[in-house]
Design a protein around this ligand. Structure first.
Ligand code: IPD
Ligand code: CA
Ligand code: CA
Length: 257
C-alpha cells in the first residue's frame, strides 16, 4: 500500500507545485482560514484515486463535508497543509496523508513538492526522508532546544486562545534556544522527526494537520502527547506537544507554568 500511496501523492504534488507558481482563486472559510481552488483540486484527485484503490478505508479530508466523521479504518487527508504559505509563496507547504487501522496509525506520508521532500513511515518500520532513515535529535538540554509552534486560526476571534498563545510564548521563549513558526503542522512534526527541531506544540489542530506527522515522529524515535503529558487523542485533545523524547517532561512542565 505504501508504494502505491507514494505514487499517487507524488502525482498530486504536481498539482500543488503548479498551483504554487500560478494565480489562485482564494476564498475564506473563516476570518483567517484560507482555501484555494488548488486545495480542492488536490483533495479531489486524492479522494478519487484512494476510493478506487483502497476500498477498505473511508476517507476523511479537510475540504469535504465533515459533519459526520466516521473514524476507524480511515485515510485522513490534508490536501495542502500550510495554505497561507502556499498562497504567499513560502515553500513550507505539503500534502499530508495518514492511514489508520482501528484508529491506530499505520502509514504516513508528508510530501513537500516545492522542496522535493518526501517523508514516509510505516508502523514499526522507521521513518524516512527521500528514502533515508531519519532520527530525532539527541539534545536533552531544554535551554539548547530549538522549538516550533503554530498560531490557531481562532486567535483572530477567540481572546482566550490568543491570550494562551501569548502566555505560552512568554513562558517558554526565555527557557529554550529559540522558537519558530513556519506554518505547516505536518512539516513541523517532520522537522522534529528529522532532528531539526527538538520540539513543537500547538493548540486547536485538526486531525488532518497531524494524522501523518505523528507516526513519522514516533517512528523516528520521538514522542507525542497532550499538554498533560498523556496520550494525544486525535479529534479530541486541544493541545499537541511533540518532541525528541529527551526534553519532553521539561517541555510539558514549561508549557504549564
Ligand atoms: C494550518 C497549518 C498551520 C497551523 C494551523 C493549521 P492549513 O493548516 O498547519 O501551521 O498553525 O493550525 O490549521 O489550514 O494550512 O491546512
Ligand atoms: Ca492543515
Ligand atoms: Ca489544509
Amino acid at each position: 500500500m505504501k508504494k502505491e500511496l507514494i505514487k499517487i501523492i507524488k502525482k498530486a504534488g504536481k498539482i500543488l507545485k503548479e498551483g504554487f507558481y500560478a494565480d489562485k482563486n482564494i476564498t475564506f472559510k473563516a476570518k483567517k482560514d484560507l482555501v484555494t481552488d488548488y486545495d480542492v483540486a488536490v483533495e479531489n484527485f486524492l479522494k478519487k484515486k484512494f476510493s478506487t484503490r483502497f476500498k477498505n478505508f473511508n476517507i476523511i479530508a479537510e475540504e469535504s463535508d465533515n459533519a459526520n466523521i466516521q473514524f476507524n479504518n480511515s485515510i485522513i487527508i490534508d490536501p495542502i497543509d500550510g495554505t497561507t504559505n502556499f498562497v504567499n509563496g513560502v515553500p513550507h507547504t505539503a500534502i499530508s496523508v495518514g492511514v489508520y487501522k482501528n484508529k491506530k496509525p499505520y502509514l504516513a506520508i508528508v510530501y513537500n513538492p516545492i522542496l522535493d521532500e518526501l517523508y514516509t513511515a510505516k508502523i514499526g518500520k522507521g521513518a524516512f526522508l527521500n528514502g533515508k532513515k531519519i532520527k530525532v535529535s539527541h539534545e536533552d538540554n531544554f535551554q539548547k532546544a530549538l522549538l516550533a509552534t503554530g498560531f490557531p486560526y481562532t486567535s483572530g476571534t477567540n481572546e482566550d486562545d490568543l491570550n494562551d498563545v501569548v502566555k505560552k510564548i512568554k513562558d517558554v521563549l526565555p527557557l529554550c534556544q529559540d522558537l519558530r513558526r513556519l506554518g505547516s503542522a505536518a512539516l513541523d512534526l517532520c522537522y522534529v522527526a528529522r532532528g531539526t527541531y527538538e520540539g513543537y506544540y500547538e493548540m486547536n489542530l485538526k486531525a488532518w494537520d497531524v494524522s501523518a506527522g505523528i507516526l513519522i515522529l514516533i517512528e523516528a524515535g520521538g514522542k507525542v502527547s497532550n499538554i498533560s503529558g498523556n496520550t494525544y487523542t486525535l479529534f479530541e485533545d486541544k493541545y499537541l506537544v511533540a518532541s525528541n523524547g529527551k526534553i519532553h517532561d521539561e517541555f510539558i512542565k514549561n508549557l504549564n507554568l
